[in-house]
Design a protein around this ligand. Structure first.
Ligand SMILES: C[S@@+](CC[C@H](N)C(=O)[O-])C[C@H]1O[C@@H](n2cnc3c(N)ncnc32)[C@H](O)[C@@H]1O
Length: 193
């Protein structure tokens, strides 16, 4: 099975989206609520229905960008936030993106890509962030029994993967995860070296 654009587009068309929790994730809200600068350039890759982007937009953040290669993913964002700038909806392969951001938010995108692409993810995120820019969000805290996606991992795996290019400010079990993910999500915040 190839986890290509078509695979994800079909998942949305079939409404086979069990990862979609239907609202912005509480640990992310707690983090986003601490941001004060409404001009912060924020990228949400693999954004899907983009609840966090809608949340930020409604709070007045003006430079929020979402990337997803499944076209249907953005239908909800367009409906809920009709004044969200069309130019900030990037329908493309994350690994082909250019740009410069202050903050990149991770929410079930890393776990959706094949593990063979994890090093490429780290390099891409590093390239897209300004110096001392930040990657923050959630990662599953254990491996899954079934074949992915989602693909899990451990805190140790992630520390080894990210530490060459990032300072790890926080990486610990999130306290406010949704029930099905409780104790199985790490909240992390990294700073580009
Ligand atoms: C598991 S879903 C998560 C969606 C959203 N973050 C959420 O939590 O509801 C993974 C998303 O990543 C997107 N995706 C996977 N690989 C991608 C790539 N290489 N470039 C852009 N989007 C990608 C899929 O289309 C899908 O919307």
């Amino acid at each position: 099975m190839e986890l290509d654009q078509n695979y994800w587009e079909e998942r949305y068309k079939e409404a086979n989206t069990p990862w979609d929790i239907g609202y912005a994730s509480p640990p992310l809200i707690a983090f986003l609520d601490q941001l004060e600068n409404l001009d912060t350039r924020i990228l949400i890759p693999g954004a899907g229905k983009a609840y966090e982007a809608i949340y930020l937009h409604q709070k007045g953040f003006k430079a929020v960008f979402v990337c997803d290669w499944a076209k249907s993913a953005f239908d909800l964002l367009r409906a809920k936030a009709p004044d969200f700038p069309e130019a900030h909806l990037i329908c493309s392969d994350f690994f082909e993106l250019d740009g410069c951001y202050d903050l990149i938010i991770e929410q079930t995108f890393f776990c959706a890509i094949p593990p063979s692409l994890r090093k490429a993810y780290v390099s891409k995120v590093e390239k897209l962030l300004r110096k001392q820019g930040s990657l923050a969000g959630l990662l599953f805290a254990s491996h899954f029994e079934n074949a992915g996606p989602p693909f899990g991992g451990t805190e140790n795996d992630y520390r080894n993967l990210f530490s060459e290019k990032f300072v790890i400010l926080r990486m610990s079990i999130a306290k406010n995860s949704i029930l099905p993910r409780s104790h199985n999500e790490l909240f992390f915040q990294l700073i580009k070296k």
